[in-house]
Every structure is written in C-alpha cells, then in structure tokens.
Design a protein around this ligand. Structure first.
Ligand SMILES: [Zn+2]
Ligand SMILES: [Zn+2]
Length: 293
C-alpha cells in the first residue's frame, strides 16, 4: 500500500481571482478548535504543509483541528494526520457525492469496510463526512447515497464515535433517516445549512450544529436565524477549509487560522462575550470528539 502521508491534492486555482492567503486575524484569548477541515487539499498561492497549517492556527488560538475524509484516500490521510500530530483528530467516511461512483464500480461495500477499519484507530473520533447531497448528485445516484449514509450511521454506533453529517438540499431526507434508524449519540450537522425551524428540530434531537464561514455571507440570513435559536451547548464552529472563507476574505483560500474571524462574528451575532463563547465552543468540541491529548 502507498504511504498515506503522500496523498495531497491541489484545489483548482483557475478562475478563482485572488488566491493569496489572508492576513492572520488577532489571536483569540481563549482557545478554540476547528471541528471540520480538509487539510489534504492544497490551496493558495503558496501551499501550506500540515505542520504550517497547525502552527499558524495555534498562533491565533486555534489549538486543534478535526480533519475530515471523503473517500478512501483522504480518509487514510486523515487517520495518518491524526496519528502523527497531537493537534489533529480524524473523521473518516465516503462522502455522499463519492458513494455513487463506488457503488457503480461495485466497490461501495469494500470502501465502507476500509472506513470501518480506520474507525477503530484511537485518534479517529468521528465518521464523516457522510449524509445526503441532492444538489450535486443525479437522481440515479441517490439510492447509493442512502445505502452509504445508513451504513455510516451503523459504523458510528458500532465504534461509539461521533458522526459528521453533510446535508446539502436534503434536510427532510436526512432528518427522516435519523428518525427512522436513530442518530448516533454525538451527531454533528457539519456546515449547518438549514433555517431556524430545522435548527430547533436538530437541537431538540440532541444534535450539534456546526457553523462555517458562510454564516458571515450577506445572503445567509437563514443561518443567522438558525444560530439565534440554537442552544449554546449545541453550537460548534468549523472552517470546512479550504472552502467557505468568511467575509471579508470570501473567495480567497481558507484555513484553520482564519476561524477567529467566524468566531468573532458568531459572538457579535449572539451578543455573547467573546471569551465565554470560545470556552463554550471548546468544551462542546471536546464533548463531541474527546480529548486531543
Ligand atoms: Zn460537506
Ligand atoms: Zn467538508
């Protein structure tokens, strides 16, 4: 087998405009974690190594990252990164947009077996990202998404670890599945994309809502409405780096060191004390994924 540490892929820079790394924000006084990022994807005018990413993050008070996988290679890389760096924990899964291709090749069971094996590693603390995506997948791929999602739910329960849900244009179907088969104890809606009603339903079901940089976007009032009704002990924060860079850096590359921009925005929206919110976010993150130590 190839060395998983060698797996990196470059994000396309074509037609992107300004791909310089934004300046580092002012450090947070109380440290937080980025609970969902894809650090195997190189971005920006000068790609950053994993070590550089983690150092830049630590410099501004972001002391840990949950690295999420989406296929066999990126999940193996995530498990490797977590095993190699004390500031990284891993989530592993076949992404809903990858599941149809594995299924078409007759390899979905085999892929899920790899995820099962990786999930047994001590620093793999979540199954993710899994879920449903009706935006990017054609109708004929939907049955494979459902099959994969339910298999991933079973894996999170089997290993007693958290689950990170990717839900794009599939709110009702995701909630229906969770109600029907039962959600794992610690279930996170990564990059929460619903409205206030959905936030209430998810929080009442005991799920966590993870807000990404798009909560700062002008057209995202639904996310700010959702944030307003989410109990503080259910809120998480993420970058989904290298994507979803928060305002005022929208369109440029994203990385965990930029999460203070989103955290300050959340504090302002909530009318919360910044340090208290950071402490709450950190404690929520550890409650979901366990200790980084
Ligand atoms: Zn996602
Ligand atoms: Zn993601």
């Amino acid at each position: 087998m190839t060395d998983p540490s060698q797996y990196v892929r470059a994000r396309t820079q074509e037609g992107r405009g300004d791909v310089r790394w934004p300046a580092a924000p002012e450090p947070l006084a109380v440290p937080v974690y980025d609970n969902h990022a894809h650090l195997e994807i190189e971005d920006g005018d000068e790609p950053l190594s994993l070590g550089d990413q983690l150092d830049r993050a630590a410099d501004v008070g972001v002391i840990g990252v949950v690295q999420a996988g989406g296929d066999i290679d990126s999940s193996r890389w995530s498990a490797w990164a977590a095993a190699s760096h004390p500031r990284v924990l891993a989530a592993v899964a076949i992404h809903p947009n990858e599941a149809p291709a594995y299924a078409a090749a007759g390899r979905l069971d085999e892929a899920i077996a790899v995820i099962d094996e990786l999930a047994a590693q001590p620093r793999v603390r979540a199954i993710g990202e899994t879920g449903l995506d009706f935006f990017r997948t054609e109708a004929d791929g939907i049955p494979a998404q459902h099959e994969s999602f339910e298999a991933h739910i079973a894996l999170a329960k089997k290993h007693g670890i958290a689950m990170q849900i990717h839900d794009r244009d599939a709110h009702d179907a995701v909630l229906e599945t969770l109600t029907r088969v039962g959600a794992p104890d610690r279930t996170v809606f990564h990059c929460f994309s619903g409205d206030a009603d959905m936030a209430r339903i998810a929080a009442d079901a005991g799920c966590y809502l993870s807000f990404a940089g798009n909560v700062t976007f002008k057209n995202a009032q639904n996310l700010r409405d959702a944030l307003a009704v989410t109990p503080r002990e259910r809120i998480l924060v993420e970058t989904d780096a290298p994507f979803l860079t928060p305002t005022p850096h929208r369109g440029r590359p994203n990385a965990p060191y930029l999460i203070p921009v989103t955290v300050r925005f959340l504090a302002e929206e909530l009318g919360a004390d910044l340090d208290e919110l950071c402490a709450q976010l950190a404690s929520n993150t550890l409650a979901v994924y366990g200790s980084f130590d």
